[in-house]
Design a protein around this ligand. Structure first.
Ligand SMILES: Nc1ncnc2c1ncn2[C@@H]1O[C@H](COP(=O)(O)OP(=O)(O)OP(=O)(O)O)[C@@H](O)[C@H]1O
Length: 228
């Protein structure tokens, strides 16, 4: 596989926290590469650093040293504005508690990444309707988050993560607060969209069933990732 297929790479990523003279090394020179369209699960015991890693990969937190390269660009170099552009263009996010904006409709929430790109409104609306249809929410476009079920909210969050066709979607326990049936439905959806758009998915999960469905499982252990 040539380097042009690598959409994300972590190179010697370290993260330490210092507090009252104590230093905790959470990530210690972590390395991995993610290819176009790859599905990867990151597992690890509580406190092993999964959320810390996901935040660093998404540009929400900085490594103490090392680099995260996304589509050839160093995520943590340059200005905040540049980082925001890389995040908007190349990354999508789905968190366990979805972080939808309560005062906006499903359509507006899903449209947010495209609205930030200042595209024509008619085009944004059309795309948002299309992506919400693909997650089975065509009848909920004008509903606000409080009027949606937990599974529906999670699907709006997935629609929002996918609308800009990012190279990589980062997911933190994407089905963590859903029942088995809805979780399986969301997982089918991720598989379908992964195949349709060739988007790479990195998900952090405690759910062994979900981890097994991805092509590759890495375990975070002693600050490094180990192939499983
Ligand atoms: N801001 C911080 N200051 C100090 N230590 C921190 C900070 N954030 C995280 N840590 C420590 O880093 C370690 C990794 O935390 P992290 O939340 O990444 O783990 P996790 O694998 O996601 O855990 P869980 O599965 O329980 O959610 C923990 O030991 C935690 O105490």
């Amino acid at each position: 596989m040539s380097d042009t297929n690598i959409v994300l790479s972590a190179e010697g990523v370290c993260k330490s926290y210092s507090d009252a003279g104590n230093t905790v090394d959470v990530l210690s020179g972590l390395e991995f590469q993610l290819e176009k369209g790859e599905q990867l699960a990151i597992i690890g015991s509580s406190g092993s650093g999964k959320s810390t890693l996901l935040n660093i990969l998404g540009g929400l937190d900085k490594p103490s040293s090392g680099q995260v390269i996304i589509q050839g660009e160093d995520l943590h170099q340059g200005t905040e504005k540049r980082r925001a552009q890389i995040r908007n263009r190349s990354l999508g996010f789905v968190y366990q508690f979805h972080h939808l904006l309560p005062e906006f409709t499903a359509l507006e929430n899903a449209a947010m990444p495209l609205l930030m790109r200042n595209l024509p409104l008619s085009e944004v609306k059309e795309e948002a309707e299309k992506v919400l249809r693909s997650v089975g929410l065509e009848k909920r476009l004008q509903h606000k988050p409080a009027q949606l079920s937990g599974g529906e909210r999670q699907r709006v969050a997935i629609a929002r993560a996918l609308i800009g066709k990012p190279a990589v979607v980062l997911m933190d326990e994407p089905t963590g607060n859903l029942d088995r049936g809805t979780a399986a439905h969301v997982q089918d959806l991720i598989d379908g969209l992964n195949q349709e758009y060739d988007i790479a998915f990195t998900l952090v999960t405690h759910d062994p069933e979900m981890a097994k469905r991805t092509g590759r499982i890495l375990e975070l252990k002693d600050g490094k990732l180990v192939e499983r």
